[in-house]
Ligand binder design. Structure first.
Ligand code: KMH
Ligand code: ZN
Length: 278
């Protein structure tokens, strides 16, 4: 079982696939905006960036050229661990989601089961999860297991039992709480998930969607977990105040973590924590 950590891994998820640039113009969608965001968030305390890529029209894309350009730019311009989403958008076909690994990120997300996703369904059948798990092992990409539901914790158990440990030998999970129709963004739900984690799990983080952002952040910090923040998950900084830049969310998380005597983790320590190649 993962133990409490003295430093806090802060992940930034700056863009996601759900918000439209037309509605949220400050959402980073171009490569230049992503690089600037990554720089600023790294300086504010982030060690890992979870990326969804947009095309020239700011629409979510899994196009290999866009993905590779983003991975290469963020690698050369920052020290951040570069994680690509394999979740994409709810409209992306499963076969195309597997091709994300061709862009050779340090890490990839791997959601451990199908879930309600607002009015949509986010599909992650066993065959897809299993193929992604094995392909990530073969390509030496470290998966981060996204858990939206308690059943996903048990599906992770099945993946490890079936295929052995992921590349790097560590198992890091991220609870994504507060998606409408899925596990709520409450401390009780988070603690239920943490209590169920397989013994092989070496670290965990959590993020709360929308108005559950701060309660989940506080609960995760208190319980020794790590943090994910960013405009993918939450575009409201405070009542009546939109997030203007992802670094605002990273800075607040870093300040709270520091107050809790668990300051932001360096990228080097984060690589070791997650089993990412230096
Ligand atoms: N955009 C959601 C449908 C992930 O990045 O792996 C899926 C998602 C999870 O955001
Ligand atoms: Zn995502």
């Amino acid at each position: 079982m993962a133990t409490a950590s003295s430093a806090t891994l802060i992940t930034v998820a700056p863009t996601g696939a759900e918000h439209a640039k037309a509605d949220v113009p400050q959402l980073p969608t171009t490569l230049d905006e992503l690089v600037e965001t990554a720089h600023t968030c790294e300086a504010a305390g982030a060690a890992l960036i979870h990326l969804h890529i947009r095309d020239g029209e700011h629409r979510p894309t899994l196009d290999g050229g866009f993905l590779k350009a983003a991975v290469d730019a963020l690698r050369s311009e920052t020290d951040l661990i570069v994680q690509l989403s394999t979740g994409g958008s709810v409209h992306d076909p499963l076969e195309q989601r597997l091709t994300v690994l061709d862009a050779e990120p340090d890490s990839c997300s791997l959601t451990c089961g199908t879930t309600n996703f607002g009015d949509d369904v986010f599909l992650n059948p066993w065959g897809f999860m299993s193929d992604l798990y094995v392909q990530a092992q073969e390509r030496e990409v470290v998966p981060e297991f996204e858990l939206f539901e308690l059943g996903h914790v048990h599906a992770l158990r099945r993946l490890i039992d079936t295929h052995g440990l992921p590349f790097g030998g560590k198992v890091h999970v991220d609870f994504v709480l507060g998606v409408p129709g899925a596990m709520p963004g409450t401390a009780a739900a988070l603690m239920a998930g943490v209590a169920m984690l397989p013994d092989e799990v070496t670290s965990w983080s959590a993020t709360g969607i929308g108005r559950t952002h701060l309660p989940v952040l506080a609960a995760a910090l208190s319980a020794g977990g790590h943090l994910r923040v960013g405009m993918e998950d939450n575009i409201v900084f405070a009542r009546g105040q939109q997030v203007q830049h992802n670094s605002e969310l990273v800075t607040r998380a870093a300040e709270l973590a520091t107050t809790m005597q668990r300051p932001p983790m360096s990228t080097a320590d984060a690589r070791e924590l997650l089993g990412i190649k230096p």
